[in-house]
Structures are given as C-alpha cells and as structure tokens.
Design a protein around this ligand. Structure first.
Ligand SMILES: Nc1ncnc2c1ncn2[C@@H]1O[C@H](COP(=O)(O)OP(=O)(O)OP(=O)(O)O)[C@@H](O)[C@H]1O
Ligand SMILES: [Zn+2]
Length: 571
C-alpha cells in the first residue's frame, strides 16, 4: 500500500499530491494562474508559471524533485512568459529547436516599438539578448503590417477578433510572414476575458503532451469556465494520428486551435481537422511592408536614415543614439535592399539588420557625414554593402529573385552535366540552405532529365518527377535528401542530348522556313467524310500492321524528303 495518505490530482495543473496538501497547493496554483493572465502584475520569473507548465511540473516554491524531465517545460509555454534572453543573434534565424515556440511578450515593453527598445540603453545593449525580430513582435493589430487581404477593415477575421470570438484557425503562409505574430495578437486580445493561451511546437511535442494540454483544458473549462486557445506551430509536422488527437476537442469546444503552417494545409493537414478550422492564407510580405517593418526597427534602435543621394541626416532625432559614442546612420538604399533581399520574410530582414548594425558597431569605424546645416560630423554609417554582408554572414543571403538564383541553378545544371557529383551537391546545398524553393530546383531536375540524360537513361525522368512530387509532399527540410539523391543520380547517369538536339533541329528548320509551310501529304491525312475521301485524303496510305515487310512510305512533306534531324547540324 502507498500509505495512509491518499494522492489526489490537482484540477488545475493535474499534479498528484498528498490529500492534505491539496488546499494550500490549490491556492498557489490558482494564484499562479491568475498572475499569468495579467503579466504586468506578476513578479518576473524565469520559471514557467504553473499553468504554463506541463502537468507534473512543479509550482513555484515547491520541492525541486517534483519537477520531472528538464526538457518538458520547453515544450510548453505561455505566450506571456519572458523568454529569458540569452539567444545569440546568430541563432535568431534558426527555425528549429524548442526555443522558438517560447515566443514571449517583452517584459519591459510599453506598447510601442520605441519603448521596447528601452530609453537609455546604448545601441549595443539594445541589440543584445533577445533577437530584434522577437523583441519587435507586435502585440496589437495596429502594429501588424500588411496582410490586408485577411485582416483589412471589412474582413471576417477582423470582425471575429474585434468581437473576441476566436474560431479555430489554420494560418498558412511562408516563413516570417507573421503567423506566430498573429497568434500572439489574438492571445493578447483574448487575455482580457481570461482565456488561457497554450502553445506547442509540432516539431518537439509528443502526442502525450497534446493529451495533457487537452485534459488540463477540460479541467479549466469544467471548473473555472476558462477557455483555452492552443497554438500549434508547424502543425503540418504532426502526423495524422497526432492531429486526430485534437479533433474531438476542437469539435466540442474544449480547445480553440490555432495552427500555423508553411505547407499547403490541404495536403498536410488532416481533412477532418481542416474542415473544423478556418484556413487563413497569409501572404509573403511585400517589399513595402518589409520597409515599414524595418523602418520601425530602425526607429526603435535610434538609428537614423540617410536619404538617397544626399549625405545628411533625414531625421532630427539627433539625440536618439545618445548612448552610443557616435550616431549611427543607415542609408535608405540599404534598407530598401534589405527589404527586397529578405523576400517577404520579416525575421530574415530583422536579423539581417541586427547583424549589420552589430558588425558596424564592432568595427567601430566612423565616417565623416555632412549634416543638414552643411557642417560635418562623424558617425557610423551602414551601407547597402554592410547589409548584404550581414545577410551573408548569417548564410541568409541568397537572392531568390535575382542573379544568385540563376547563377546557382546554372552551376548545378553544369555540374550534373559534367558528371561532377561533388560539385552538384554543393550547388544544391547552396541553394537550399539559402532558402531556395525546393520545387524550383525539382522543376529544373525534370528538365535536366530529358535535356541532358534523355534516352541514355529514360528512368531519369521518372526519378525527377518522383523527386518533384516527394518535395511537394513533405517540404523543407525533409525533402532536401530527395533532391540530393536525384542530383547525384543525375550526375552519375549516362548523358545523351540526342533527342534534345534533334528536336532543336526541327524547331530550327521550322524557324528558317520561308513561305507557306508544306501541306500535310494527302496519304497521311485522315478521311472521315466522303468529301475528304473524294479529295484524295488518305489515298495510297499503307497501314503498317498489314505488311509483313517494312513498308516504304514517306512521312515527311515532299520538300523535306530525306531530311534527318538526328544528324548533327553545323550551325
Ligand atoms: N506582419 C508583420 N508585421 C510586423 N512584424 C512582423 C510581421 N510579420 C512578421 N513580423 C516580424 O517578424 C518576426 C517573425 O515573424 P513570425 O514569427 O510571426 O513569422 P511566422 O510567419 O510565424 O514564421 P515561421 O513560419 O518561420 O514560424 C516577428 O517577431 C516580427 O518581429
Ligand atoms: Zn495545481
């Protein structure tokens, strides 16, 4: 027997406790829960608060050994939990790891970006700790840039948000377009009526974690009539059976689900689940939207923007970088370039900005700058080049729309053609690591299969199409190995341009033809009507299967008789 003291389960955090302790525990437990609903009023704590912690995790002030696996608190977190900083800016771009779902409301934040940057801190200090992108994550729809199509004035989502009626949602959009941010905003707006907000990352959470969240939500609903919103990042990573775990609970309203995915949900998300959620399609942020986000960041850092062409400060906020030794300037052009290069991914853009500024501060080189009054002053200047360097250093720079994109795909094509499997893999990785769309590469492989391998290995085309579909099904990063396999297959395959060249010859022949094109020989024409027959259509045609011997018959127009497109042309 376990002894006289019976264990009971706390209805809030689901921990098993001795019956005698339950009342005092419950007081603490509820307090922690309330505190979490009102982040400003609670003392800052690095520890996950009770409601944020997985069942079985200790409450504050309880014995250390009550805490199970150290890893589990990373799986769960509430949005209003301090991140605790410490993430290096270099890691900021990473989309893996349990840290990212622990997105937090900035503790020091007073609502606006400028306040978030912290008044007196030096620029270098402002850039330490939490990545800029995280720190500038908007809390309100007012600061949320772009996405007017789904969030504009007359939209359904907007009115639902304003009436605090949050339906289950799937937010679908490319990386860094604001899916997580939108979930934060929803969380903030529904905090007022006591709704709990729990977040899980599909990359690290297990089915059991999901069950725990659900049973806790059931308790909260039953005992305290509190609603729970469950945010699941990268929901496409959950397998179908994990997705099924939610289904009845989304349906009966125990939890409101907000899922985020970069993959087309109609392929990746369980159809039954999908039918219970509204799918919100977020778009890649436009260059203009990116510029607005970057401008806000620059302002919050107290960096001044130098207008195009002229070399003077465009804003009068000369004191904003008071704590740095020298004022920091950024060329307007550098901002434009950054907005363009980050390809609608705000995280990439903000990281790039952060790295560029940090690198310039570290270098400490000043440039004499002309000020508005014609005088000159020393300042640290960030140019377009610095921004590009910043992106490159973090391996982000890969100009998906520009030259790099074409250079790399061309290098890949030529390496495969040259049967250099090493180089082929290198160029593939350059593109994928740079964020290239895997389907773009896959499409090129399909072309290569026919253009360069052709009938030397007709299976190559099958491989390429299969690779394309495989990539389509599973997306990055898992699909990278599919492409790698196909690329190496192609590098090693025998090559033949026979068909490709012959077809080019035919096209060339057509292009060079002057005058009307030769008619289709009568004997090759079909004669479905009597009139056509009378006109001589089909006359003299020899139906091959009727002949034992090879048939002598012309299939080319008279004037092309004897032309062999497969013979190499000298042009
Ligand atoms: N629409 C937006 N308005 C303002 N800032 C934005 C917007 N979208 C993204 N950001 C900024 O970019 C950062 C990253 O965005 P967020 O985490 O919302 O992207 P995501 O779409 O969830 O990307 P991922 O698919 O990579 O998780 C945010 O912290 C925020 O600073
Ligand atoms: Zn409890």
């Amino acid at each position: 027997m376990e002894g006289a003291e019976e264990e009971v389960q706390c209805p809030v955090c689901l921990r098993e406790l001795p019956g005698a302790d339950i009342n005092s525990h419950l007081d603490r437990c509820l307090q922690a829960g309330d505190a979490e609903a009102e982040p400003g009023s609670s003392p800052p704590s690095k520890r996950p608060r009770l409601a944020a912690a997985p069942p079985g995790t200790q409450a504050q002030g309880e014995p250390e050994e009550a805490r199970p696996a150290a890893a589990s608190p990373r799986v769960f977190s509430l949005f209003h939990k301090g991140r605790g900083g410490g993430q290096s800016p270099g890691a900021a771009g990473g989309r893996s790891g349990a840290g990212r779902e622990e997105a937090a409301v900035k503790p020091e934040k007073g609502g606006s970006a400028t306040a978030a940057a912290g008044g007196g801190a030096s620029l270098a200090q402002k850039l330490e700790g939490q990545p800029l992108a995280e720190r500038l994550r908007p809390d309100t729809l007012g600061d949320y840039v772009g996405q007017e199509r789904v969030l504009g004035a007359q939209t359904l989502l907007r009115s639902l948000l304003e009436s605090h009626e949050i339906p289950s949602l799937i937010l679908w959009g490319p990386p860094g377009c604001g899916k997580t941010t939108l979930a934060h905003i929803i969380a903030n707006s529904s905090k007022k009526n006591g709704t709990r907000f729990v977040t899980l990352s599909a990359t690290s959470a297990k089915t059991n974690d999901v069950r725990d969240v659900i049973s806790q939500a059931q308790n909260e609903k039953r005992l305290f009539k509190r609603k729970t919103i469950l945010f699941i990042d990268e929901i496409h990573r959950f397998n179908k059976s994990q997705q099924d775990t939610f289904l009845p609970h989304v349906e009966c309203g125990t939890v409101t689900l907000i899922g985020a995915t970069t993959e087309n949900p109609s392929f990746q998300v369980n159809a039954a689940l999908l039918s219970r959620c509204r799918v919100i399609v977020l778009e890649k942020l436009s260059v203009e939207a990116m510029e607005a986000i970057l401008m806000r960041a620059v302002r919050s850092l107290g960096v001044q923007v130098l207008g195009q062409g002229d070399q003077h400060g465009s804003s009068a906020t000369g004191s904003s970088s008071e704590s740095s030794e020298f004022p920091v300037y950024i060329e307007e052009k550098a901002l434009n370039t950054l907005a363009y290069l980050c390809d609608g991914d705000a995280r990439t853009g903000l990281n790039g900005l952060q790295l560029a500024v940090q690198a310039r501060l570290a270098a400490g080189k000043t440039t004499p700058l002309n000020t508005t009054k014609g005088g000159s002053a020393d300042g640290i200047l960030i140019t377009e080049e610095h921004v590009k360097e910043g992106l490159q250093r973090s391996h982000i720079l890969y100009d998906r729309a520009g030259e790099e994109h074409y250079n790399c795909i061309s290098a890949l094509h030529k390496s495969m053609r040259g049967s250099d499997e090493n180089a082929s893999l290198y160029w593939l990785a350059r593109m994928l690591e740079g964020g290239e769309d895997p389907l773009y590469v896959a499409r090129r492989l399909v072309r290569f299969a026919s253009e360069d391998i052709g009938l030397a290995d007709p299976l190559a085309l099958t491989q390429a199409v299969a690779a394309y579909q495989g990539c389509h099904f599973i997306g990055m990063p898992e699909c990278e190995v599919i492409l790698a396999q196909c690329v190496v297959y192609f590098a090693r395959a025998p090559k033949s341009i026979e068909v490709y060249r012959a077809y080019s010859n035919v096209k060339e022949c057509l292009r060079m033809h002057t005058g009307p094109l030769p008619p289709v020989p009568l004997h090759l024409r079909n004669a479905p009507t009597r009139l056509m027959k009378n006109l001589g259509y089909g006359k003299g045609y020899k139906y091959n299967p009727m002949y034992k011997e090879p048939v002598e018959q012309d299939y080319l127009p008279e004037e092309l008789k004897g032309t062999d497109f497969f013979k190499e042309r000298k042009t």
